[in-house]
Design a protein around this ligand. Sequence first.
Ligand SMILES: Nc1ncnc2c1ncn2[C@@H]1O[C@H](COP(=O)(O)OP(=O)(O)O)[C@@H](O)[C@H]1O
Ligand SMILES: [Mg+2]
Length: 334
Amino acid sequence: MPSRVSSPRFVGRAAELATLDAAVARTAAGQSAAVLLAGDAGIGKSRLVAEFERRAQDAGAEVLVGECVELTEGELPYGPIVAALRPLIGPADDGPIAALHPAVRGALARLWPELADSGGVEQDEFARGQLFEAVHRVLAVLAAERPVVLIIEDLHWADRSTRDLLAFLIRNAPHERVLFVASYRTDEVNRRHPLHQFISELERSGRAERLTVPAFDLFERREQLTGILGEEPDPRLARRLHERSEGNPFFAEELLAAADAGMLPDSLLDALLARVERLTDPARRSPSSASPTLARRRASPTPSGSSRSQPALRTAPGRNDLRPIRDPRRVVRS
Ligand SMILES: Nc1ncnc2c1ncn2[C@@H]1O[C@H](COP(=O)(O)OP(=O)(O)O)[C@@H](O)[C@H]1O
Ligand SMILES: [Mg+2]
């Protein structure tokens, strides 16, 4: 069975990129902003973020990215933010960290033990508040040099410490040139999900705007298929894939891989489409696939995007098969 292939050409999203570009411009002008990037699994959040990253860099911003993985016990607190800021932790006499007061560096050593000036790190020596302040200082020092874009992907998987620190940073950076962008899956966040309250509070405070990534329309779907196939798709195939995958780019890729670019008999295509339909419709998912155990299964530590080199539909194209995509140019052609 052929591999799933992504369109090397980035499709659509003009309005969403315009909103994000405008947020960068506001940030560069001295006003912090926060954008919550919402959308179903597979709808194209990571691809949009990757495209935006390049544009923000071209606009002169420092872009820092951290990704949340599905929670397990023993997860490193603040993991995604630590990862996002790690590029700043260079040699001690270099970069924004060097400009910090020793006490602030000391607080940060809880996150990056290599910053400890001497001896081991006293884990309980500093209050959480001091740690939050210290991370805030790092961003402020960096933002004094140039605008900063801090992206946290898949926030629905963030642990409490990450959510609390992010909320603190967003609340306390109104006059710093920092743009926060956090993506999350709308299909994972129901009213009882801890992120629900986080999002509601941020929106109520007026500190964050929500940007929903919509499904592809038929025109965008054709462009996606043209990008994948290298030629215009058969109009009938395009329409059927579009209707049955409900405008979701990931599911269309899966179906197309399985259908081997239209060579599949109609009956089999129908069966595959029906299977995807079940997966996209929570009400029709089987109880086992909706169970918390499955939903919280840890993302495997394979490199991002590696799922695309596996046979399509070898396992059901469930939500957990989606990996963050850091480099959409890394496409696989069968
Ligand atoms: N705008 C786009 N243009 C082309 N392909 C896209 C676009 N958006 C998403 N895709 C493709 O659809 C698949 C799922 O997108 P992804 O960004 O990983 O979804 P999400 O992060 O929302 O789960 C990826 O293979 C991606 O390359
Ligand atoms: Mg993603």
